[in-house]
Design a protein around this ligand. Structure first.
Ligand SMILES: CC(C)[C@H](C(=O)O)[C@@H](O)C(=O)O
Ligand code: SF4
Length: 429
């Protein structure tokens, strides 16, 4: 019987298997941010176990609320900073160099095909876009990961989603993943890995694949995963050129992680995306999704473009293509947060920041901030936000606020229209 990519990664990292269902894996990367890691650090310190298994395999950032907004967040940052220094963690990103973890770490080349990655953050699944097994974990697992470099997982079960056809203009990876979550529901992939394959994925950029994998957790998935190919190797080339003579060599090496044709899946779902239209959430669950046309005309107060889902340069370009030469609708606030300093400076160089500013947007530094309602754009009670983020939970961006998840095209079109609107007529105008 052949193996899935997840089964291959698990087999290659197996340290111990206490039972058929329970596999302890060696970790290649342990990622850390200032919301969940300080709790793990303090607990390790208290237990007299203040050690890290390998400082080169720990990647840490202050990203959720940065610059600090109050004494509590300042202390969370300080705990991270002191810890990184104490343990000689070189890949630690503080103010000026920091960005949203799931955008920053891929950009630094920290994740490679076949890797095992954990983080105390639910959207760690984003890194599966590189053909890695990347999972969000709780504090105890994070502590063990930091201390010993291992983590225990259930034997992998995979749901394969085959994406066929081709995407129409103005329809993006965000619309695809919203449509998938609508179809399989918020529990559809619980305890499963979602393997995204098919011609649509093959054609996607790494940015689009990251958007796809980012929201696997919103369907309950442990991880989203794409098979590493030429697109992966080209993205990683600056980091792997010491390992391979040519990109072709990298591509052929990475095929060892491809799922075998006779691998066994829990479930296989095939979706033709050719007739897919822009999608948007309503309600407070990410599977409450409608065609944008069904919600057209719903008023909004704020537009938020950013986050680990859609704060990359490709996303800012999409939004700017609609905003160019236009203004925010009266009464609508616009906030854009490039997800990393590199994206910010690229956006500056490309004139994208100017487009946002001319349209009336407030441009923020890279941070999670408003995405989880912690800072930098919190909604007031009764307010509505058109957002490129990944969660529309009740009160997510502020108590009593409502979030509609959508693509950067749809968010930019909503900014101009002042209501939810079909972005397609706004393209190329
Ligand atoms: C703060 C963190 C633990 C949280 C997560 O795990 O997802 C955050 O990133 C979020 O998106 O709500
Ligand atoms: S951008 Fe939002 S979803 Fe992503 S890690 Fe930050 S808070 Fe979580």
């Amino acid at each position: 019987m052949g193996k899935t990519i997840a089964e291959k990664i698990f087999a290659a990292h197996l340290k111990d298997q206490p039972s058929p269902e329970n596999m302890v894996l060696n970790l290649d990367v342990v990622m850390c941010h200032e919301i969940t890691t300080p709790i793990a650090i303090m607990d390790l310190v208290e237990k007299g176990m203040d050690q890290v298994f390998d400082p080169t395999k720990i990647k840490a950032v202050i990203d959720h609320v940065t610059p600090a907004k109050d004494s509590k967040t300042a202390m969370q940052g300080k705990i991270m900073r002191d810890w990184a220094k104490r343990h000689n963690i070189k890949d630690f990103f503080d103010i000026g160099e920091n960005g949203v973890c799931h955008a920053l770490f891929p950009e630094k080349g920290f994740v490679r095909p076949g890797y095992t990655v954990i983080m105390g953050d639910s959207h760690t699944c984003t890194h599966g876009a590189f053909g890695a097994f990347a999972a969000g974990v709780g504090t105890t697992d994070l502590e063990v990961g930091i201390y010993k470099g291992v983590c225990s997982f259930r034997a992998p079960k995979t749901m394969k989603i085959v994406l066929e056809g081709s995407l129409a203009q103005g329809v993006t990876a965000k619309d695809v993943i919203l449509a998938i979550i609508k179809k399989i529901t918020v529990n559809g992939a619980t305890d499963k890995i979602i393997e995204f394959v098919g011609p649509v994925v093959d054609k996607m950029t790494m940015a689009a694949r990251m958007t796809l994998c980012n929201m696997a957790v919103e369907a309950g998935g442990t991880c989203g995963i794409c098979l590493p190919d030429r697109v992966t190797a080209e993205y990683l080339w600056p980091f792997i050129q010491g390992e391979f003579a040519t990109i072709d060599d990298a591509v052929s090496e990475y095929t060892k992680w491809h799922s075998d044709p006779d691998a066994a899946y829990e479930q296989v779902i095939t979706i033709d995306v050719s007739s897919l239209t822009p999608q948007v959430t309503h309600g407070f669950k990410p599977d409450q999704v409608k065609d944008v046309t069904e919600l057209a005309g719903s008023p909004i107060d704020q537009v938020y473009i950013g986050s680990c889902t859609n704060g990359r340069i490709e996303d800012l370009r999409d939004a700017a293509s609609i905003l160019k030469g236009k203004k925010l609708a009266p009464g609508v606030r616009g906030i854009v947060t490039p997800a990393t300093p590199l994206i910010y400076s690229q956006a500056l160089e490309e004139g994208i920041i100017k487009i946002f500013m001319d349209a009336g947007f407030c441009v923020l530094n890279p941070t999670c901030g408003a995405c989880l309602g912690m800072s930098s754009g919190v909604l007031a009670e009764g307010e509505v936000c058109a957002s490129t983020t990944n969660r529309n939970f009740n009160g997510r961006m502020g108590k009593g606020g409502m979030v509609h998840l959508m693509s950067p095209f749809s968010a930019a079109a909503a900014a101009v229209a002042g209501t939810i609107v079909d972005p397609r007529p706004y393209l190329n105008k």
